[in-house]
Design a binder for this molecule. Structure first.
Ligand code: ATP
Ligand code: MG
Length: 401
């Protein structure tokens, strides 16, 4: 089927079980075929489409149906890709957080846990759709930058030739990262670390051992596995580990059932909490509220579980306070010099057109950004935080709070 044949109204649907193909309207597809494919109630899907939570998605790469919100067991970020064949790329499930390791691990897992490093970047799902390798962001958008970069960084052809029905889930990390810039000495500008391999339609993850042996076989980079621990030894090992990770400016761990039958949990370092507060309070009126409470709560429970001395607590309190106040004061100073509250991000690009395409993608996500500079295959883009800029200006002019 040619792509031009697909439209919002009608498309050619090839049934994967019987192999027959016929033309169907999108509405009928949602009401009649999609419920069978996803094993979901038709009314729920139709309702979701009406409300705009299930949306027709069109890009230069594919046409698809995008789950903006979860419907039943189908996660937000799930994409029903309407290519020659239909491909379902399930959304990446939310990972819950533990505040008290000792108690939570016992309640949540059984037997042993595998402890992996949690890398700080952005979540990417990579899949091959009828031979074309595409990279999806958490929300289910196809990111032009990641789609271009992932095959440059990773050797994916062989993996997808042998396993077209698997999805690679990983974190894009490094400093030349237009979403989340974080420095890792072993990565530098841009790198990718894989944490899950999942089945397309079911989203089912491979067990840890199988995943690691597969990644080894195809020479693909995995996140670090620190070890597999019994539930008795895990909490104290993780606390030690996370302390050390924090000192090295690293984010934390994800704790997983080795068989991947039980959903994973995450646990992060104090420095990661502070880093996020520093970021949020650079733009207090855009991000402050959403970030603040949860990071402070994490710090409180971590200090308690680590049984900190008065001295250690004081250091934690001081770092926490500085992480909130200093960046905010910097931004007030900056805006007072008639500048905008913005952050500059670096990305590699072979042409200005590529940069502009990425900016277009950000606008689609509701992110305000402009190109500041493009030279020697590198672009600086500025993400503008409008509320922070406007509110600070207003208060500087005497506006009341
Ligand atoms: P969530 O919706 O899962 O809470 P979030 O946007 O709040 O996501 P994080 O707090 O960063 O994100 O935690 C979950 C994310 O951690 C995952 O979506 C994934 O991108 C990332 N991650 C990094 N390393 C790992 C790993 N080893 N295993 C699983 N996920 C990992
Ligand atoms: Mg993250």
């Amino acid at each position: 089927m040619k792509r031009e044949n697909i439209s919002r109204e009608n498309f050619f649907f090839k049934c994967s079980s019987c192999g027959d193909g016929y033309e169907i309207s999108l509405k009928d597809f949602i009401a009649k075929e999609l419920p069978k494919i996803l094993d979901l109630d038709s009314n729920k899907l139709v309702e979701s489409y009406k409300r705009g939570n299930l949306k027709f998605y069109q890009s230069r790469y594919i046409n698809a149906l995008q789950f903006r919100k979860a419907v039943g067991k189908i996660e937000a970020g799930t994409m029903i890709c309407l290519c020659d064949n239909l491909h379902v790329i399930r959304g990446f499930p939310k990972i819950r957080r533990t505040l008290m390791l000792k108690e939570a691990l016992k309640r949540h897992f059984s037997g042993e846990v595998a402890v992996e490093e949690k890398m700080n970047g952005y979540n990417v799902r990579i899949a091959s759709l009828d031979g074309e390798i595409l990279a999806f962001t958490r929300g289910g958008y196809i990111c032009p930058y990641t789609t271009r970069k992932a095959p440059e960084i990773l050797k994916l052809d062989e993996f997808f030739r042998d396993n077209p029905d698997l999805v690679i889930c990983g974190e894009m990390v490094g400093t030349n990262n237009p979403y989340v810039s974080h420095y890792y000495p072993e990565i530098g500008k841009l790198g990718f670390r894989i944490f899950d391999i999942r089945e397309k339609l079911s989203g089912k993850p491979l067990p840890i051992k199988k995943k690691r042996s597969m990644l080894k076989k195809y020479n693909l980079p995995s996140v670090r596995l620190f070890g597999v621990y019994s539930l008795d030894e895990a909490p104290s090992e993780i606390l030690k580990l996370v302390k050390k990770l924090g000192e090295d400016n690293r984010e934390g761990v994800v704790i997983k059932d080795p068989e991947m039958q039980i959903p994973p949990l995450k646990y992060t370092s104090s420095q990661a909490h502070d880093d996020e507060l520093i970021y949020a309070f650079r733009f207090p009126f855009d991000l402050g509220k959403a970030f603040f409470f949860s990071r402070v709560i994490r710090e409180g429970f971590q200090s308690y579980e680590m049984q900190e001395s008065a001295d250690e607590m004081e250091k934690r309190a001081q770092r926490l306070g500085e992480s909130i106040l200093y960046p905010m004061i910097e931004t007030i100073k900056h805006v007072s010099q008639s500048d905008v509250a913005g952050e500059d991000l670096i990305m590699d690009a072979q042409s200005l057109q590529e940069v502009e395409e990425f900016i277009g993608h950000l606008h689609e996500l509701g992110v305000m950004a402009v190109v500041i500079k493009y030279e020697d295959g590198k672009a600086v883009i500025r993400r503008i935080h409008q509320s922070t800029t406007d509110k600070i200006n207003n208060y500087l002019d005497g506006g009341l709070y």
